[in-house]
Design a protein around this ligand. Structure first.
Ligand code: NAD
Ligand code: DAU
Length: 350
């Protein structure tokens, strides 16, 4: 892998992955980051990478729906491998407005597959980053394995399921060298504060309401983003072509517990609220998300047994790191919360 195309590299996991790849692994090639810079793409997350790796990092503002621009990038940078993150990723947005989810997650993935097929033998690996939400919802027991049938419940998860099927079909039909990963909920630095953990951290710091959907007893299986990055790189280096790997941290937790932990940590780190009340009192139960999946939990035995991957962070250590990151990266937080970064994108890219 000499010229690795990373799609969606200005987003949460993509930015963490590029940092990880260039700063912490033995990867010696070049990263070409193609990102449309939607509301979720924050160029500031990679400002230090642009400076530190001028020869090994290229940024292209482009829509994966735009096949001609992609084809030009494939040729110009002699792309030989892909790690595909770009997607519309927020379930609530997909419920209100599914259009972009269909375009980016399905058609965008199709464009990348088609161009990869067309360059033939030069394409060494197409790694597709997917989600555990394709499997639907679990009851009180059991785990998602690689054999669990797909049963997506939201427009977001249906669009991701569709892209997974296309990736599989391109392997089976055209022999495209692919690997797929289905991961549980990530948290950590650079996550857009529409997602549960950064939203609650920032609202709790600012004494704002903490909106918990429904009864707050929905369960998610939390994985620190750095562990997701190391899992993806392990698959890209050691995974078997055509295989799918589940990634999770065995960190199942009810939403309400997650929010309580955030409140308790902040009470200790920054002190109680000005009225001396604990931050838990900011929690408010609000109308549930339509079609809200009850429980996700990943069985990651395959990647552990076959590729030797293990998460390094527990939920406690990962959550503390994350809270401290949001507290000490005020400029990134203010930029994102005020929408200032969108003005910067307009100025630079029109
Ligand atoms: P994100 O929303 O933070 O980032 C998505 C990035 O993709 C942004 O930079 C955005 O600008 C870019 N993008 C969107 N549409 C594009 C288009 N048409 N062309 C080019 N770029 C486009 O998402 P994330 O949380 O970093 O998720 C990354 C991937 O990982 C997604 O495929 C998602 O389904 C998957 N995933 C996420 C999680 C999670 O917990 N966040 C868990 C499992 C899998
Ligand atoms: O499981 C992997 C998926 O995790 C990824 O594929 C998605 O891209 C990612 O967004 C995430 O999806 P969720 O819907 O699980 O994440 P979210 O942070 O939106 O919500 C987590 C849980 O918290 C969910 O049960 C809904 C609940 N929630 C969320 C928000 C934003 C609340 O109770 N209140 C909130 O304000």
């Amino acid at each position: 892998m000499k010229n690795l195309l990373v799609t969606g590299g200005a987003g949460f996991i993509g930015a963490n992955f590029i940092h990880y790849l260039l700063e912490e692994t033995d990867f010696e090639g070049r990263v070409i980051n193609v990102d449309k810079l939607t509301y979720a793409g924050v160029p500031e997350s990679l400002a230090d990478i642009e400076k530190a790796f001028p020869e090994r990092y290229v940024f292209i503002k482009a829509d994966i729906g735009d096949k001609d621009t992609l084809a030009h990038a494939f040729d110009k940078y002699e792309i030989d491998s892909i790690c595909h993150f770009a997607a519309e990723s927020h379930v609530d947005r997909s419920i209100v407005s599914p259009d972009e989810f269909i375009k980016t997650n399905i058609i965008g993935t199709y464009n990348l597959l088609e161009l990869s097929r067309q360059i033939g033998g030069r394409m060494r690996l197409f790694h597709h980053v997917s989600t555990d939400e394709v499997f639907g919802s679990l009851g009180d027991d059991g785990y998602f394995t690689e054999e669990t049938p797909y049963k997506p419940n939201s427009p977001y998860s249906a669009s991701k399921a569709s892209s997974d099927h296309l990736v599989r079909a391109y392997h089976k039909t055209y022999d495209l060298p692919v690997t797929v990963s289905n991961c549980s909920n990530n948290y950590g630095p650079f996550q857009f504060p529409e997602k549960l953990i950064p939203l609650m951290v920032l609202n709790a710091i600012e004494d704002k309401t903490l909106p918990v959907y429904g009864d707050g007893l929905n369960v998610r299986d939390w994985l620190y983003v750095g562990d997701h990055c190391s899992a993806i790189w392990t698959i890209m280096k050691k995974g078997r072509i055509g295989e799918t790997y589940n990634i999770g941290g065995r960190n199942e937790m009810e939403n309400i517990k997650v929010v309580e932990m955030i409140c308790d940590y902040l009470d200790v780190i920054v002190g109680k609220r000005s009225n001396r009340e604990p931050r838990r009192s900011l929690m408010t139960f609000v109308t549930d998300r339509p079609g809200h999946d009850r429980r996700y939990a990943i069985d990651s035995k395959k990647i552990t047994d076959q590729l030797g991957w293990m998460p390094a962070e527990s939920f406690e250590t990962g959550l503390l790191k994350t809270i401290k990151w949001y507290l000490s990266n005020e400029s990134w937080v203010n930029n994102v919360r005020s929408g200032e970064y969108l003005n910067w994108i307009k100025e630079h890219y029109g």
